[in-house]
Design a binder for this molecule. Structure first.
Ligand code: SF4
Length: 709
């Protein structure tokens, strides 16, 4: 038996784990690491199932190559040769825009996924780059970029010191924080209450977070921007502002907020005017307060507006960049990547729908258009890395059909799933426990500065490629160097770029492979002067202290001030105002998050399917009676129709129904997932409706009809 310490890589919460393995490398027990200074022994059911997930018998052990229409096991040499043939031929004949890249959510959590994302994109040189960011969080980056200059400057609630927390469209008791990393979020909220603070949740469902809160308010899905504007209006009208930093746009904001009186927004969002006024007064009066809004507010048609107004309220009430308000984390290895250049969108536009590029990518909501529409720049080949857009994109069935029509597709993925089943080549990364782990990106959104490095628990087998080596080989193929050049060439190239200004650092670098040496370099160049050796000496992780005020360091708008009324966002306000008068749809669909699930890829572990994690349609009993439903219902939207089990519950607003996302595994190569297939909520979502500022897909507030079966 062997004990190993490890960061849980399954979601962004980064809990420290203590694993017990047998001699064959099988995980016998998973416990929370009590000596981890950040997670302090916390773990959730997903983390507890890490071993089962890692040892999933349906995980691909070898590359797969399509021969005569069938995916068959192949050697790595055969697989890379086929990638070279397929992608090389398409690039030579149709140009680089004919090849698209898609990065899924897991690529934000692996070291290789982070380190190779930008180099792969730059090397390919295609405008057709997509990622999971435009299915969940792009509005946050856009709002941060436009207000603070840096799209990665995400203001995080100072959860452990705040005196008041207003949560919109987030369920952190089940997610443990999204764009706000806090292991044991529930315990931290309870601590907030015990020190005399207040938690208010605004959500169309009475979630587990709402159950714990001091107050829960229902809101009509997709209308958070109205409530937030009503609060901004109140703060300005009542003189409740205490802005203690250099800002610009305050006068413009006053004009923009003028028509969003609490009375006017009440009809649109369903929150009584008096409540909107009270919330604004409470945030302003609290000794410290933070407004936090997440996926329910991002995946809406005015997602960027909502995210902007969240930080406007934080700034107006003096809670931006101060203890107990919202603050900016200081990472151990990422600060050198901050460009210092003001953020802008729309350097180029998508070919078919004219949607602006944001952070160098197009919305996944338009990927099917770009595949299906003939002409110069049409996507003919796709490379996916750790993503399942055939389930996660809006109107997923259309995208799945488009994928089936591609000339060539390569997937870096451990599973034969709804997306990779269309591939010509699948390149499986090794088991989770065979890879080193360091959360580069997640450090941006932690409620406390913290870093932890986990070396691989198990060695690579002789016939395995690390994820970094797979991505390096792909990069070399895309660069025209062919399939036979060793991955180490690429690693050395990346290191050369990072150390361009300090080449002398290269000599003393530490690490078992190129990925670890790159980490060592970034740590040495980072804010805390750490090194890989320093991380090894702290196997439980390093507490780097509470968040500190640092807006001045990261602010890089053109004006050098916080922009309270960015022009791009202000330009969308007339549309918001116009929509305020539209009649609300009779019934709308929202998503929901389960504690035992994270998107589409954890449904092949028996302990993670079943219990509370079931793919049902939550609906209020009044609506069950109104629609004459039995055990099952048919849900129909402009995009499609599904038939699903009914779960009547008073925890959801009348007029709102909820389906969890990530289900619909009828075509999966994973046996447990196929037996627990569920239905895909994205058969109902509409790819033609997006937040036009960020391009983010709209998954909340989708008009539907509910019919008896
Ligand atoms: S919350 Fe659960 S899945 Fe996420 S890191 Fe912690 S143990 Fe892992």
């Amino acid at each position: 038996m062997k004990t190993a310490l490890r960061t849980c890589p399954l979601c962004e919460t980064s809990c420290g784990l203590r694993l017990t393995l047998d001699d064959a490398g099988s995980v016998l027990r998973v416990e929370g690491d009590r000596d981890d200074p950040f997670s302090k022994g916390f773990l959730c059911p997903k983390g507890a199932a890490l071993g089962r997930l890692d040892e999933d018998p349906d995980r691909l052990a070898r590359p797969m190559v399509r021969v005569d229409g069938q995916l068959r096991p192949a050697s790595w040499e055969e697989a890379f040769a086929e990638v070279h043939r397929g992608l090389g031929g398409i690039m030579a004949e149709h140009g680089r825009d004919a090849v698209a890249l898609y990065f899924g959510n897991p690529t934000f959590h692996t070291m290789a996924g982070f380190l190779y994302r930008q180099p792969l994109t730059q090397t390919l040189g295609s405008r057709n780059v997509y990622s999971a960011s435009t299915v969940d969080q792009m509005p946050k980056h856009v709002a941060s970029g436009l207000m603070f200059g840096d799209p990665m400057a995400v203001a995080v609630p100072d959860l452990d010191r705040t005196g008041y927390m207003l949560i919109l469209g987030a369920n952190p008791v089940e997610s443990n924080g999204s764009l706000c990393v806090a292991p044991d979020f529930k315990g931290r909220l309870r601590a907030l209450q015990e020190r005399g603070g207040k938690v208010v949740v605004v959500d169309p469902r009475r979630t587990r977070t709402a159950e714990l809160a001091d107050e829960h308010l229902f809101i009509r899905p997709g209308t958070d921007a109205y409530l937030l504007f009503g609060m901004v209006h109140t703060l300005l009208a009542e003189g409740l502002t205490s802005v203690d930093m250099e800002v610009t746009g305050l006068d413009e904001l006053r004009v923009l907020a003028r028509d969003f009186t609490p009375e006017a927004v009440e009809a649109a969002c369903g929150v009584p005017a008096a409540t909107t006024v009270r919330l604004a007064r409470e945030v302003a009066a609290a000794p410290s307060a933070c407004v936090y809004a997440r996926i329910g507010t991002c995946t809406a048609e005015f997602g960027s507006t909502a995210q902007w107004l969240v930080d406007v309220i934080n700034a107006l009430t003096g809670n931006l960049d101060r203890a107990g308000g919202v603050m900016f984390a200081k990472t151990a290895g990422l600060e050198i990547f901050r460009s210092g250049q003001p953020f802008a969108t729309g350097a180029w536009h998508s070919r078919v729908r004219g949607l602006p590029e944001v952070l160098g990518e197009f919305p996944v909501a338009t990927m099917a258009d770009e595949i299906e529409t003939p002409g110069e720049g049409q996507i003919r080949a796709l490379v996916t890395v750790g993503g399942n857009p055939a389930l996660s994109a809006p109107n997923a069935p259309r995208l799945a059909r488009a994928l089936a029509g591609l000339d060539f597709m390569v997937c870096v993925d451990p599973y034969l799933n709804e997306t990779t089943r269309h591939a010509n080549v699948i390149l499986p990364p090794p088991r989770i426990l065979q890879s080193p782990h360091f959360d580069f990106l997640v450090q941006i959104i932690m409620v406390r500065n913290y870093a932890r490095f986990s070396p691989p628990v198990l060695p690579l087998g002789e016939d395995q490629f690390s994820e970094a080596a797979i991505l390096a080989k792909l990069l070399l193929i895309l660069s025209g160097q062919g399939p036979d050049v060793g991955a180490e060439v690429c690693e050395e190239m990346l290191l050369g770029q990072i150390l361009a200004a300090v080449p002398e650092l290269r000599e003393g670098l530490d690490g078992a492979d190129g990925t670890e040496r790159i980490l060592d370099a970034l740590l040495r160049l980072g804010s805390y002067g750490l090194s890989l050796e320093a991380m090894r000496r702290a196997p439980h992780g390093l507490d780097l202290g509470p968040l500190q005020p640092r807006l001045e360091e990261i602010l890089c708008t053109a004006s050098g001030k916080v922009d309270l009324a960015p022009a791009v966002l202000a330009a969308d306000v007339p549309r918001l105002l116009e929509r305020m008068r539209d009649p609300a749809p009779e019934t709308v669909l929202i998503g929901r998050r389960h504690l035992r699930s994270n998107n589409s890829w954890m449904h092949n572990v028996p302990s993670l399917v079943g219990g509370s994690n079931r793919c049902t349609l939550q609906i209020h009993p009044q609506d069950v009676a109104r629609f004459g439903l039995g055990d099952r219902a048919r849900v129909r939207s402009a995009a499609g129709e599904v038939e699903v089990s009914v779960e009547a519950t008073e925890t959801i607003m009348p007029g709102v129904v909820s389906l969890p996302h990530g289900w619909g595994h009828q075509d999966s190569g994973q046996a447990v997932a196929r037996r627990n297939a569920g239905v895909n909520a994205n058969a109902l979502t509409d790819e033609l409706v997006v937040d036009p500022v960020s391009g983010n897909a709209v998954f909340n507030g989708v008009p539907v009809r509910v019919l008896p079966v």
